[in-house]
Ligand binder design. Structure first.
Ligand code: NAD
Length: 556
């Protein structure tokens, strides 16, 4: 098929989908893989808003504009295995000479010189057509729909249950805001861990999407109805989830009036972007859309004030006993800017629940079946259960995921694996492809919410023992290690999760195609990537990471 027929079939804006099966369209699987994953990121089953090329996380895009998508496709269809494509904030800008074991695509998204790294400057560049916001896995072509965040959210809730609720969330009420691409994982993660869930989203279409994918059980526009449902469920210890169409601040205010204090309280509205993400209290969706175009300065002011109000209710609930944590959207910083001076009086989820996992090199390891065949994922699930019989947590998750998770786009799976485990899993998958037990190659990647590839002082690196929260040499070292190691595509981003000026982070994806070349790349990349997490945390003084440094012979 020539490029223009291919584009007509698979990238007829806004209808994108990845080719499936084992037949190549590009010259090799090394280029077919990024091609399928770019198209998969934009598939309407996966992306929040394909018509604007937005994948998730507020305005996180997979490519800068439709011409860029077409050009990337054309280039990937023709690229040889001794070349690498350069993508600058979603636009293809050149090819460089490399070699067979080098990455086929080198991506840089939304990076700005530090003194210019504000949303205002970024927006100017964006409106001049010079940049896009890549979020984390949107611009690095390894977003897998809401499942991607589901397991991390589940791990967080389970860890919270262990710490505060004697290991059980049955009969406990978990309240949160935001049911978008990432936040939409909360209801299912909550019910999977036993809790009753109530979430607010101002946009009904977001809750409808969660209903359609079975991530949420019920939806209503009425506060009274939502309240009655959850009180009844809590009493009967029934783990149901309810989505209420409402501003989150309004929901918390009403719950306080009714003296309903959640056991666990968090938030995943798109607070990281006060102009294009968070919706100010009191505005309808269309009023918000109009105002952000007409007067972004006033919009931002209203947004910051609303976040201050929202966080003031969270603080009140915390003082009344709710276990309260920030869920990685920079809500506290913007609430502080909006006038809530105690906004940082609750912690982020990483220092609370995730850092011990980072000290083991753990993070959201994920893989996708390029064949489009769900059975390929079930084969990998079984292979992991057989390979890690001691990892009861992982087995419990894989069994639950098989029953509960509806695939979006190409079938995929996620589970948190650490040092040693990732390399072992990668090599097992490579053998399964080689022996034909999996019908086509797979790709392995990860989120940037990760142990060794992120500098984000209000999230992944909040409260580091040695105060090195803002040191971004680490994600650069991660990028360089994965490039030198032979990942199939690598990326370096700015602003993901928490917004412009607040984070820098690196991504990687590696092709598993059953070849010797893949085997040697896997042995390097899936060793180096988690190793960076252990090295980074050991350098910051964490004992657990120090022990792992010795255990895995990483000390120098
Ligand atoms: P999204 O844009 O897909 O969804 C955000 C949702 O918040 C939207 O549905 C929007 O309608 C809703 N919303 C905005 N203002 C609201 C208000 N005042 N009241 C009620 N609802 C409101 O974003 P997402 O992908 O779900 O990400 C959510 C946030 O989490 C982002 O800030 C993102 O950067 C951050 N994030 C968190 C993690 C994590 O691991 N916890 C990872 C990546 C990103």
């Amino acid at each position: 098929m020539d490029a223009s027929s291919f584009i007509k079939k698979y990238a007829n804006h806004p209808n994108y989908f990845a080719p499936v099966g084992s037949k190549l369209n590009a010259k090799s699987w090394q280029t077919e893989a990024p091609l399928r994953m770019l198209l998969n990121n934009l598939n309407e089953e996966v992306a929040e808003d394909p018509s604007n090329l937005v994948v998730y996380g507020g305005s996180g895009q997979a490519a800068r504009d439709t011409d860029s998508v077409k050009k990337i496709i054309e280039l990937l269809l023709e690229l040889d295995n001794n070349e690498s494509l350069l993508v600058q904030s979603g636009k293809p800008v050149g090819k460089v000479r490399t070699h067979e074991q080098a990455p086929r695509v080198l991506i840089a998204n939304s990076n700005l010189v530090p003194a210019w790294s504000t949303w205002e400057h970024f927006e100017k560049l964006k409106s001049d057509g010079l940049m896009m916001f890549g979020q984390m896995t949107a611009g690095s072509w390894i977003y897998i729909g809401t499942q991607g965040i589901l397991q991390g959210t589940y791990e967080t809730f389970v860890s919270c249950a262990k710490r505060h609720f004697n290991n059980s969330l049955y009969g406990k009420l978990l309240v949160s805001g935001g049911l978008g691409g990432m936040g939409g994982a909360q209801p299912l993660a909550a019910t999977m861990s036993g809790a009753t869930f109530l979430g607010a989203d101002i946009d009904p279409s977001r809750i409808e999407k969660r209903l359609a994918t079975k991530y949420i059980d019920k939806m209503t526009f009425s506060y009274d109805e939502a309240r009655d449902w959850i009180l009844d469920a809590k009493k009967k210890k029934k783990n149901i989830s309810v989505g209420l169409v409402s501003d989150i601040g309004d929901l918390l205010e009403k719950l306080l009036e009714d003296n309903i204090i959640p056991d666990i309280l968090t938030d995943q509205t798109s607070a990281h972007d006060p102009v294009h993400g968070y919706i100010p209290n009191g505005l309808s969706l269309s009023e918000a859309n109009n105002l952000r175009i007409k007067d972004p300065v006033q919009y931002k002011e209203l947004s910051l004030k609303s976040m201050a109000r929202h966080v003031s209710f969270m603080l009140k609930m915390k003082s009344l006993g709710s276990i309260t944590f920030d869920y990685g959207n920079n809500l506290r910083e913007f609430a502080k800017q909006g006038g809530e001076k105690n906004a940082f009086h609750f912690n982020g989820f990483v220092p609370e629940y995730i850092r011990p996992l980072f000290c083991e090199g753990k993070g959201p390891f994920r893989w996708v079946a390029l064949s489009g065949n769900s059975d390929d994922i079930y084969v990998t699930d079984k292979a992991l259960i057989d390979a890690f019989p001691e990892n009861k947590n992982m087995i419990r998750w894989l069994e639950k995921a098989r029953k509960k998770v509806k695939f979006q786009g190409l079938p995929s799976r996620i589970c948190w694996l650490g040092m040693g485990e990732r390399e072992k899993a990668g090599l097992i998958f490579n053998d399964l492809v080689k022996s034909g037990k999996i019908s086509a190659p797979i790709v392995i990647g990860r989120d940037h919410l990760d142990c060794g590839s992120v500098a984000s002082p209000y999230r992944e690196t909040e409260g580091m023992l040695d105060g090195s929260d803002a040191v971004s040499d680490w994600p650069l070292l991660n990028l360089m290690s994965n490039t030198a190691g032979g990942a199939t595509w690598v990326s370096f981003h700015h602003g993901g999760g928490v917004g412009m000026g607040y984070s820098q982070h690196a991504g990687m994806v590696i092709l598993v195609d059953g070849t010797k070349r893949a085997e040697s790349c896997i042995k390097r990349v899936l060793h180096n990537d988690p190793a960076l997490g252990i090295i980074r945390h050991s350098d910051a003084g964490y004992d657990k990471a120090n022990n792992n440094l010795k255990k895995f012979n990483l000390d120098i």
